[in-house]
Every structure is written in structure tokens, then in C-alpha cells.
Design a protein around this ligand. Structure first.
Ligand code: 5GP
Ligand code: MN
Length: 323
């Protein structure tokens, strides 16, 4: 896909991603926004996302995001959904539905494409890497665009650690750092650095985690009361599930935080054996083979039971087909 050809002639262009946007979603949406503003100077380009975490303020254009989802545009000529399918766009879904032309760029295996034009590549490290690919005319790419894309790539690859990292990811990253920004500082500030409170909650979640299924599974939870005590929001819990996955012997890690009475946002991580995307899709969510999520109803124990039944079934099936 050459994104310029797809939006050529559009007077109004909207861009959005998923609710509770993560680094990849933010990098992809804002990187694309900065690019289209340069490539299509006469177009009105708008980006709508829920308010990004403060650590992303190093990305130029972050303050130009319509975080209230308000716009004077009634019907966008083109609306682009990045890193998501339309069901997970929250308030932006209505603009997507009302647009004259829709484009969907994503790397979630659970997304079959919801646009008039789709560029869905499940093998890609990140949507940000795909966004960099569709910027065919690289003459518009500048240091700020490069920085946004780079942030997206490092977040979805765990700083080039996860198995979704490929030679093309490194090629893109090599080109991006050549624009000249302090990538080391960006990695530290947006990915590794945690506030004292974030570390305290991480500590608690690890301390209270429960190992089960002969050590193949681990689960932990943070309830509303605890989040209130620490004055913590969802942003403060990012990364906890990855620590759980790192426990030796664990095939599948579950982390959840309470969003309402009998409602939890669940994160699933696998070390490759279990396909957590299938499990998340079953419960109305989605994601990738090794990282997926869903919002689930019930008590912590109900949800854990329901998830572990699916995990157990997959592990048994793997065991059965091995012999
Ligand atoms: P996380 O556990 O970090 O929230 O998400 C892991 C992966 O699963 C990410 O790629 C994320 O986009 C996806 N994901 C998380 N929650 C949901 C959900 O409720 N629905 C869908 N479709 N994908 C999700
Ligand atoms: Mn992503």
C-alpha cells in the first residue's frame, strides 16, 4: 500500500486507533498524522485517540490529538483505523462508519480487515512498522515522524526482544535512527522508566500472583480498591503481565485489573506454545499468538477458571498431537 495514493484528493482525513492506546497505536497514529500533514498540505488531517500516557509527550503532535473526539467534520473523506478493528475504536467508530472511504492498517491476527481498503499483516512487528512501509515517498519523513514510528516499534517488540521482531523491523529501525534522535533516552523514558507507585503495584502484583497448572500458568490481579489506594490508572499497570510471563516454566501468564463490579480487563501472554489470541477471541477480545487481551465479566475466580480451561485444553491438545 502507498498511503499517499489512497488518500490523494481527500479534503478531510481522520485517523484513530484503539481504546486505551498503547505505544504502537500512538506511534502509528501520530506518525501517520505528521506524515499526511506534510504529504497532503491542503488537507485537514485530524487524529483522535484517548489521552496518551504522559511518557509519550516526547512525540511531536501528541498535543494536537483530539482526545475529546470532538470535530467539526461531519463526514470524513477518508478515515484510517490503525492498530485496531473498528469494534475497538470506541468513540471514533462513528466517524469511521460515516466516512466516504475507510482504510484499515493493522497487524492483529484477530483482525480480518474492516476498511474499504485493508493492509493487515499479522507477521509484522507492529502497526508502526507497517505505517513506515506505507509511507512510500520517504522524502516527507523527518526526525519527528521517525521518532513516533520508532516509539511504536520498540513498544510492540519489547525493544526488539519479542519473536515478532524480524530483519525488516531492524532495517526500518536502522533507517529511523539515522534521522538522528536520542533513541536510548526515548527507550528509557517511554518503556523502562516506571514511577515509584508503578513499581509498588508491580511488586504487589508479583507478590500476590498464583502459580497453577503445575507451574505452567500464573495469574495475578489488581482490584479497584487497590488502584484507588495507589491512585493508579490502567497506564500504571502496563508491563506487569510481561514480568509474570518471565517466570521460569510458565507457558501462559494472566494479568487482570478490575474495571467495574464483576468486570476485568484481562491481558494474556504466552511463551509460544499456547495461542492466546484464540483464547482472547473466544472471550470477545483479540490480539496476537503471544500477546492478547479481552474484557471479561465475572469474579476473579470465575474468569481465571474460564481462561484456565481454555489454556488446559490447548496444552492437552498439543500433548496429544505430540505422541
Ligand atoms: P494488552 O494485554 O497489552 O492490553 O494487549 C495485548 C495485545 O492484545 C495487544 O496487541 C492488544 O491490542 C490486544 N488486545 C488487548 N485487549 C484487547 C481486546 O479487548 N480486544 C482486542 N481485539 N484486542 C485486544
Ligand atoms: Mn500493535
Amino acid at each position: 500500500m502507498n498511503i499517499y495514493d489512497e488518500v490523494k484528493g481527500a479534503v478531510t482525513i481522520g485517523i484513530s486507533g484503539h481504546i486505551r492506546p498503547d505505544g504502537d497505536c500512538i506511534g502509528a497514529a501520530v506518525g501517520l498524522y505528521l506524515y499526511l500533514k506534510k504529504a497532503c498540505p491542503s488537507a485537514d488531517v485530524q487524529v483522535m485517540l484517548e489521552k496518551p500516557a504522559d511518557v509519550f509527550s516526547c512525540i511531536k503532535g501528541i498535543s494536537e490529538i483530539h482526545t475529546d473526539f470532538k470535530t467539526a467534520v461531519e463526514c470524513f473523506d477518508v478515515f484510517i483505523a490503525v492498530d485496531t478493528s473498528k469494534e475497538r475504536m470506541g468513540e471514533a467508530e462513528k466517524y469511521f462508519d460515516g466516512a466516504k472511504k475507510t482504510i484499515n492498517i493493522d497487524h492483529h491476527v484477530s483482525n480480518s480487515g474492516c476498511g474499504d481498503v485493508n493492509y493487515i499483516v499479522p507477521e509484522a512487528s507492529s502497526t508502526s512498522e507497517l505505517i513506515y512501509q506505507v509511507m512510500e515517498d520517504k522524502s516527507f519523513v523527518d526526525v519527528e515522524i521517525a521518532k513516533a514510528i520508532y516509539v511504536g516499534i520498540i513498544h510492540d517488540t519489547g525493544v526488539f526482544q519479542y519473536s515478532n521482531t524480524s530483519p525488516s523491523t531492524f532495517k526500518a529501525a536502522a533507517e529511523l535512527i539515522a534521522y538522528g534522535f536520542d533513541f536510548s533516552k526515548i527507550i528509557d523514558e517511554t518503556f523502562y522508566e516506571k514511577t515509584y507507585v508503578q513499581n509498588q503495584i508491580l511488586g504487589r502484583a508479583l507478590l500476590e500472583s498464583i502459580l497453577f497448572m503445575d507451574g505452567k500458568c500464573v495469574v495475578s490481579m489488581v482490584d479497584k480498591k487497590t488502584m484507588g489506594f495507589y491512585q493508579a490508572g490502567p497506564h500504571d499497570l502496563e508491563g506487569i503481565v510481561n514480568h509474570l510471563r518471565n517466570i521460569k516454566g510458565v507457558e501462559c501468564a494472566i494479568f487482570m485489573y478490575q474495571t467495574d463490579t464483576l468486570e476485568y480487563k484481562v491481558s494474556l501472554r504466552s511463551n509460544g506454545l499456547v495461542d492466546v489470541s484464540k483464547i482472547a477471541v473466544f472471550f470477545g477480545g483479540g490480539g496476537h499468538v503471544r500477546a492478547a487481551g479481552a474484557t471479561m465479566q465475572g469474579t476473579f475466580h470465575d474468569i481465571t477458571n474460564n481462561l484456565s480451561a481454555r489454556i488446559d485444553a490447548q496444552l492437552k491438545e498439543i500433548e496429544r498431537t505430540k505422541v
